[in-house]
Write a protein that binds this ligand. Structure first.
Ligand code: CDP
Length: 234
């Protein structure tokens, strides 16, 4: 497939909940001047839209129709990226714990996944993109030039999400946060369509003892090496 110029690669970052994908992806995108596509935010938008319209997350036809018609876009706001659903800023609303669960529920449905897949591939095809999620290296962008699988211990991931919720003014018990993450990971890894999985050619990074900026520098280094390699062989 003829695609993007050698100066613009596609970077896929996958991993379980709260492994730091979003922060790392955003930092790498900023450093390289690339677009950042948060596919988890897209599933969260569909979970939110289904909730708001009273469509059960088990209703594949109803949720699929919502996903096919949803108008989702991203906009940079300084260092953060805001998420818009039907033109309204839903950046805060989609981060609620129950919307994470609704996202994971609708993400099981093949009809929802195929509707979002087209949009995600279109966003990735131009190159110059960092995309994060669960199935980016395996399904959405299997030809991505750089694939990262980012992991961290369950305890550390729960602690991060717990701190984030407290900071946002919606505190929750650490044990509850941990079981929610564990449940969602099991559902994401166990589903039959595009489960959470490491691609064979992905670089596995454990962020349990590393800060987001340390991991981002490592990913940026790998990306620059890929870019140099592409220039050298072109
Ligand atoms: O931020 P966090 O890691 O908790 O989750 P997220 O990336 O916002 O994704 C929310 C949910 O969307 C996940 O639990 C998955 O079920 C689903 N998802 C997916 O199925 N495929 C993707 N490429 C991205 C997210």
């Amino acid at each position: 497939m003829a695609h993007n110029s050698e100066r613009h690669i596609r970077i896929a970052i996958d991993g379980p909940a709260s492994s730091g994908k979003g922060t790392v992806a955003r930092l790498v995108a900023r450093a390289l001047g690339y677009a950042y596509v948060d596919t988890g935010a897209m599933y969260r938008c569909i979970g939110l839209a289904c909730r708001r319209r009273g469509v059960a997350v088990t209703d594949e036809v109803g949720c699929g129709a919502i996903a096919a018609q949803a108008n989702i876009h991203f906009e940079w706001d300084g260092e953060v990226q805001r998420v818009f659903l039907e033109g309204a800023d839903v950046s805060q609303a989609i981060r609620r714990v129950e919307i994470g669960q609704a996202a994971s529920d609708v993400a099981v449905l093949p009809g929802v996944r195929s509707a979002l897949l087209d949009a995600q591939r279109a966003l990735g095809d131009a190159g110059g993109v960092v995309m994060d999620g669960r199935d980016i290296g395996t399904v959405v962008l299997p030809e991505a030039e750089l694939k990262i699988f980012l992991v961290a211990s369950l305890g550390e991931r729960a602690r991060r999400r717990w701190a984030e919720l407290a900071k946002r003014g919606t505190p929750q018990a650490l044990s509850e946060v941990e079981s929610e993450i564990e449940m969602r990971d099991a559902q994401d890894a166990g589903r039959s369509t595009a489960p959470l999985a490491q691609a064979d050619d992905a670089v596995r990074i454990d962020s349990t003892h590393a800060s987001p900026s340390e991991v981002a520098s490592q990913v940026e280094g790998l990306a620059r090496a890929r870019l140099d390699g592409l220039v050298a062989t072109s």
